[in-house]
Design a protein around this ligand. Structure first.
Ligand SMILES: Nc1ncnc2c1ncn2[C@@H]1O[C@H](COP(=O)(O)OP(=O)(O)OP(=O)(O)O)[C@@H](O)[C@H]1O
Ligand SMILES: [Mg+2]
Length: 289
């Protein structure tokens, strides 16, 4: 490694948990190809909570998959916790995911035959790492599940199951927790509990979280919202409130006329740096919604 490359990595380790540079990802080929990510640049500082929002099909899940090494970009760079993912082979990516990333999904994805405590310990066991029983119990107690350690997922409410999934994602103190619609299957109260827990993990625990959501109330729990449209970041908002997020989303969901302009955000707004905002809102061929 050159001295400059090393210095770059060290800088990344201290400032950004995740950095995407000019990431492009196409799905399919030929006339039916879809550009799901179009030269997306995004820097997520450590210990911040970022919401990713945008209309259906705008590229949010593709972004999460590329950021987590589940999908390979066609071009560009993804650096997670100082590690370049686009150079890594599958074995290295699996290890990085186990050791440095946590995942929370809309559908909880708990193992039905295991207890709450066993589900939470599972990723560490897969990674061959020692499981600290008191740590598992302490974490679950903090999430209001201290009396549910030996229950199976089917014996829990949706909100409780999602809290188990959050404990599972956070036990190893990963560099980034990726959450794709974590409140999508929950009622209002359970969703609020989950969002408060995520917020608390950032504020008290210094966790870094990247969350995809459709819900302006959920987005407002984040430090910053990044808005996607047609595979591009078209805006960002720091210290978001539900009404402003909803208003911005409503404008994004309205088709932009050919050649129309989407207001550009400053290159740096508070916590989250973003790029690719001056590209306007022109639709590209093959990406019809
Ligand atoms: N495996 C795939 N093959 C072909 N096209 C795909 C594939 N995955 C995603 N796409 C397309 O890429 C674009 C972005 O999809 P993506 O799933 O990232 O959107 P999204 O913002 O997560 O949408 P939603 O809010 O509905 O989950 C869409 O046009 C989608 O149809
Ligand atoms: Mg999606």
């Amino acid at each position: 490694m050159t001295r400059a490359a090393y210095a770059h990595q060290v800088t990344n380790k201290t400032t950004h948990a995740l950095e995407l540079r000019d990431v492009t990802k196409r799905h399919g080929a030929g006339d039916t190809a879809v550009t799901a990510l179009d030269r997306v640049s995004l820097s997520i500082p450590r210990g911040t909570f970022t919401a990713v929002m945008g209309p259906s099909g705008s590229g949010k899940s593709t972004l999460l998959h590329c950021a987590a090494g589940l999908d390979r970009p066609d071009s560009g760079s993804v650096v997670l916790d100082g590690h370049e993912l686009t150079d890594a082979d599958e074995t290295a990516l699996t290890r990085l995911r186990r050791e440095r990333m946590g995942f929370v999904f809309q559908s909880f994805n708990l193992v039905p035959t295991l207890t709450v405590a066993q589900n939470v310990a599972l990723p560490l066991e897969f990674a061959g790492r020692r499981v600290d029983g008191p740590q598992v119990r302490g974490l679950l107690a903090r999430l209001g599940l201290g009396d549910r350690l030996d229950h199976r997922p089917a014996e829990l409410s949706g909100g409780q199951q999602q809290r188990v999934a959050i404990a599972r994602a956070m036990l190893s103190r990963p560099a980034v927790v990726f959450a794709d619609e974590p409140t999508g299957a929950l009622d209002t109260q359970a969703a609020r509990d989950v969002l408060r827990i995520l917020r608390e993990a950032v504020d008290a625990g210094g966790q870094t979280i990247v969350m995809v959501t459709h819900d302006p109330v959920a987005g407002a729990y984040a430090d910053a919202v990044v808005f996607f449209s047609d595979g591009r970041i078209v805006d960002s908002m720091t210290r978001p409130d539900p009404a402003s997020v909803a208003a911005r989303m409503a404008r994004l969901s309205t088709p932009v006329p050919q050649g129309g302009n989407v207001p550009a955000a400053p290159i740096r707004q508070g916590g989250v740096q973003q790029g690719g905002v001056q590209q306007g809102g022109v639709r590209r061929g093959g990406d019809v919604r």
